[in-house]
Every structure is written in structure tokens, then in C-alpha cells.
Design a protein around this ligand. Structure first.
Ligand SMILES: C[S@@+](CC[C@H](N)C(=O)[O-])C[C@H]1O[C@@H](n2cnc3c(N)ncnc32)[C@H](O)[C@@H]1O
Length: 212
């Protein structure tokens, strides 16, 4: 962790950080921005899981200042870096958990409250014997669906063909989502730049929560 990232963690946590606890949070209250007056076409609450250093999330926060972005990441330097970026532009539309996503989703996030859940380049765990460590599995797909609003969006991206295939199969067999044919734009991420330099192809998978 750099000195600046550590300083950001110390000094900016009270502004942007959310402590993990066994209670469901009120999103409107934690962001402190009333939802009234928000353009209806824009997503109100976007959750990004595993944002890494957070540069692409920061780009989205600047582009969509009305949208509230919730980030979940276990990597301390990345959390510090993103808070530093947000503070440099005095952006109010960010809150972060530095904690395991499964626990945060299970215990802190209410059902049917998120407009978008995005997971860009989850750790691919390429060796077959490690596939069971992959974040995206059938329980996770169901957990995320519970947290999305009706017709909320799930956006996944990976550079690993076998993971893309696994994601497709899991989402299809869950019967919880429909494919969003028109796709969805997003900024390039740090991991993605490296993957492209290595000659990897990028797969984006975008779904809408199916009506129940
Ligand atoms: C391959 S990196 C991709 C980072 C970023 N999305 C990008 O594209 O540059 C995956 C990220 O997921 C985070 N991560 C992995 N498991 C996690 C978990 N259970 N909860 C929260 N974050 C997690 C890692 O710390 C890492 O930063």
C-alpha cells in the first residue's frame, strides 16, 4: 500500500467507508442524497463488486453524478486509491465496503433495492482444481437476483473463455434473468487493459432480472 493510499484509508473512511455489520443498510440514508428529482431513466443505485483500483468506477461516478455507486472490494490499496480519486473531485456519490461481498450482500443489502450489479473481471482461477473458488456460482447468481430491483441489470465481464461459458450456463439454468440484447457500455478497467495486451478477448454478458 502506498503512503497516499494508506492516508486516504485513514482520512477518508469516515466520508466514504461503510463498516460491515449484521444489519441491513438504508441506501438513501447512507448516501444522504434524497432520491426525489433523480431522472427516471438513470439507475439510482449501482453496485460494483471487486472494483480493484477503482479507476473505471471513478470514471462512471464522474460521468453519472446522479447515480449512487456502492463499491465492495477486499483489497485495501484499491479502496484507498478509489476514495482518494473521489475526494480529489469532491464526488459525493460513492460508498464503499472493504469486506467480502458474500457477507455484505447477505447481511447488509436489502432485497430488491439495486438497479445494477456489475462485476468486471472477477478473479478467473484458471486451473480446473481452483474453479470452485470462482465468485460466480449458482448461489451467487441467485443472491444477486434477490438484491436487484424488478428488471434490474446484471453486467459481467471476463477475459477467460471457460469462465464466460460457466457464467452463461449458470445464468441460463437459473431462469432468473433474460439476456439484454442491446448490451451496455462501460469504461475499460485496469485488469482489462493488461488482458488485452496479453492478446485475450473480452466477453461482456448483460442480463435483466426476469419477472417473477
Ligand atoms: C481480477 S481483479 C479485477 C479488478 C477490477 N474489476 C478490474 O477489472 O481492474 C478481481 C478483484 O476482485 C476482488 N475480490 C475478489 N474476491 C472478492 C470478494 N469475495 N469480495 C470482494 N472483492 C473481492 C479482488 O480483491 C480483486 O481486486
Amino acid at each position: 500500500m502506498t503512503i497516499a493510499q494508506n492516508k486516504a484509508l485513514q482520512e477518508l473512511w469516515s466520508e466514504y467507508g461503510l463498516e460491515f455489520g449484521l444489519q441491513v443498510i438504508d441506501l438513501e440514508q447512507v448516501f444522504g442524497i434524497p432520491i426525489d428529482g433523480m431522472p427516471a431513466a438513470r439507475p439510482a443505485y449501482v453496485l460494483e463488486i471487486g472494483f480493484g483500483m477503482g479507476d473505471s468506477l471513478f470514471e462512471s461516478m464522474r460521468e453519472f453524478p446522479d447515480t449512487r455507486f456502492l463499491g465492495i472490494e477486499v483489497h485495501g490499496p484499491g479502496v484507498g486509491h478509489l476514495m482518494k480519486l473521489a475526494a480529489s473531485k469532491r464526488l459525493p456519490n460513492l460508498r464503499v465496503y472493504r469486506h467480502d461481498v458474500i457477507e455484505v450482500l447477505k447481511y447488509c443489502i436489502a432485497d430488491n433495492c439495486l438497479d445494477v450489479v456489475q462485476i468486471f473481471f472477477p478473479d478467473p482461477w484458471p486451473k480446473k482444481k481452483h474453479h470452485k473458488r470462482r465468485l460466480i456460482n449458482s448461489d451467487f447468481i441467485r443472491l444477486v437476483s434477490n438484491k436487484l430491483k424488478a428488471r434490474g441489470i446484471l453486467h459481467l465481464a471476463t477475459d477467460w473463455p471457460s469462465y464466460a461459458q460457466q457464467m452463461r450456463e449458470l445464468v441460463t439454468s437459473s431462469n432468473l434473468y433474460d439476456v439484454l440484447e442491446e448490451g451496455r457500455a462501460r469504461p475499460q478497467t485496469k485488469y482489462e487493459r493488461r488482458a488485452i495486451n496479453l492478446g485475450h478477448s473480452i466477453v461482456d454478458l448483460v442480463y435483466k432480472k426476469a419477472p417473477s
